[in-house]
Ligand binder design. Sequence first.
Ligand code: AMP
Length: 424
Amino acid sequence: MSFNNLGLSEALLKAISKKGYTTPSPIQQKAIPPVLEGKDVLASAQTGTGKTAGFTLPLLHILSENPKEKYRPIRALILTPTRELAAQVYANVKEYSEFLNIRSAVIFGGVNQKPQAATLRQGIDVLVATPGRLLDLQSQGLLSLKRVEIFVLDEADRMLDMGFLRDIEKVIKSMPEKRQNLMFSATFSKDIKKLAHGILNHPVQVEATPENTTVDAISQKVYRVAKGLKTGLIIKLISEGNWKQVLVFTRTKHGANKLCEKMSKSGITAAAIHGNKSQGARTKALAGFKSSRVRVLVATDIAARGLDIPLLPHVVNFELPNIPEDYVHRIGRTGRAGASGEALSLVSADETSFLRVIEKLIEMKLPVEIMEGFEPDPNASTAPIKQGQGRQNRNLRSSNTSRNSNRNSNSNSRRPKRNNDRRN
Ligand code: AMP
């Protein structure tokens, strides 16, 4: 299968070849044709599968085949849960539309709205946005969604995790009823299916990897280790393995910072990326990691979701997530685009129950190793780690705009329940 057989325009094929892609990924092969036919699509795909091009390429094709008047109303809206993902999707839209007469923009919170408003005033065809800032600008009359023809909801599961359901509903109400809808989600809970039912019209369903299974190319391993020895073990693994680029997951923001400090003290360049970091700090950390100036990126689940880090050889779970689906998302950061990868989990006694639930979800037992000198503590309790409550919940988007923070502080009642124990 080649990109030439998918029915995309010459201008798009030129941009694809400039990116160096030769073969469409499975999700692209499956999603592009129905989108080009104007159908609604429900796609099961996580980051790393090439899903962004899967919706961006046909979307750009449709818009450029039917050019509208000079005044450019927003004709396509791509909604993403996080700023990082919005920025990445926008970068893709820009690259793929290089040879088309299409204007695009990205808007997200945490930065000055003035430049965003100025760009919108000039008229744009494709808008990539996070929900909070989109609704902000809309309520100020700075943008209208009344002419949207194609709506993309990216990472719908994470949208719900982050409490964006009401915002999504508001956005939908402000668009014309007759439009094409594309929805992407890595997992399919009951809530996601309900949301899809409300948005999509007779959707074509496409799947990149079977739901909740881990990619075959990833080799997974568990190190049983005493809690207090985890830092020493990870430093040993990174130094002795001479790992150049490692993504490490912690359960808490504080844990991410602490680990980063200890790594730096051991001479391993590390940066943390989590919800308490400013947009600038996150962008800088990610750029440093991508350019290999930073060897280790320590992240919490929400911060890492959707990050485009190609060809990542190592992912380490410094702590296991208490939500088993997050394990699948985390290790999906490695073994991308056919490259092999390794996912290691450092598991202490109090994480035993998390490990069991993960193994049940992925339907396999993970191989266990013990490193000499870093043995598990035989006397440690296997009682699960206590979950954080309320306060952490508000921290979830604490670096967002004040409007968002205000909304968050009184909106706990509408959050999905499982958010109560997230500590990102
Ligand atoms: P995504 O799942 O959209 O975040 O894409 C994951 C990575 O795969 C990104 O770095 C893309 O640039 C890359 N990618 C997307 N489509 C292809 C393709 N057909 N061939 C090779 N790489 C691709």
